[in-house]
Design a protein around this ligand. Sequence first.
Ligand SMILES: [Zn+2]
Length: 91
Amino acid sequence: MTEPVELGPKPDCPACAAWTADHKTGRYEPGCEDCMARAIARSPAAWLMVTAQTDVEIKQAVRRAWPERSGHGRTLVWKWIELLGLKKAAP
Ligand SMILES: [Zn+2]
């Protein structure tokens, strides 16, 4: 069973709204998937992956955040990595 992937920040999430207004905000809302994905995309684990050093840490972070749906989490994290301009294309 696959659930549809929510694209774009959730309109009812104050932290995502804050990010839309100011990309430098460090706010994250508990329970918001976009916030979780944004937090991982901004973490050292993501930096290690986009700089082709290791993807072990980001895989662990995604599995921790989405234990049952790591594929969905990976899609969301990649969306944020691209939104944040860290990498142009998913591998
Ligand atoms: Zn959010």
